[in-house]
Design a protein around this ligand. Sequence first.
Ligand code: GLU
Length: 313
Amino acid sequence: MSNYVGRLAPSPTGAQHVGNARTFLVAWLHARSSGGRLLLRVEDLDTPRTKEWAGDQAIEDLRWLGLDWDDVATLQSRRETRYREILDELKSRGLVYPCSCTRSEVEASASAPHESQIDGTVYARTCAPRLSNDADALDAMGIRYAWRFRMPEVTPAWSDELQGDQWLDAHNLLGDFVVARSYGPTAYQLAVVVDDHDQSITHVVRGDDLIYSTYRQHAIYQALGWALPKMLHVPLVVGPDGKRLAKRHGDSRLSLMRQRRLGPELLLGELAYSLGLLKSIRSVTSNELLSIVGSSDSWLREIPRKPWIYNPQ
Ligand code: GLU
């Protein structure tokens, strides 16, 4: 019996599109072909971007694609107490500090020019001299702040199961990052680590827009003495202009395909072709793809390491 535990983790911030479908398909095929278990985790922390309808719609989209799961994880919005428990541990160990910089202050004092940023603004560490206890004074004055995690000076290397060995200087190129706010819910970077740990996730399969987040999450894992799960970052889907698939490229929402009473087979065929699983595009079901993949990991080698260009009709 395999100890593989994977997850499908849609964010209910909008409709799921062809790009999400491609990543979910890889996550499902990898878990199922490894004899693993799969959890469904709706990541509903990103208020106010979270839309009430989007979680249920994502579930219907996944079912329509023919992907299934063994268990449903608790919604992230119901796990605040647990996240705060871990945040308290980080606070007591001085691994986070309260940062009261506004968004424009963060931008204005950025330690790298915009063009050289690889994954958002690198925070200039203006508030880094603060201690956790300094939060009391901010609370007393009614000042809002975020808890920032101190990115360690030394970045450990890690290896992606698809994209190979990874290293960059995360201290200088990514910087200290937000894990929670004094107002509002815990941030994605911390919630996802606590969830993946608590839910015994062994394999994380997600889009490679999150590859830099792995450095941040790895730093949290290390601080807590937890092991980083195996990571597989799937190259993104882009429009014909090479930019990340978006509305302006046309409508690629899965819900629209369902509304049009289309089956998933042709889309699955296109996705499978793009992943190197089929030699040409044809209609196929998720289960047929599972038998094509077989039980070894060799199909992963066929997945192109560059973005897939999709043209919504
Ligand atoms: N919820 C995220 C998304 O939909 C995935 C986060 C993760 O896999 O860590 O892009």
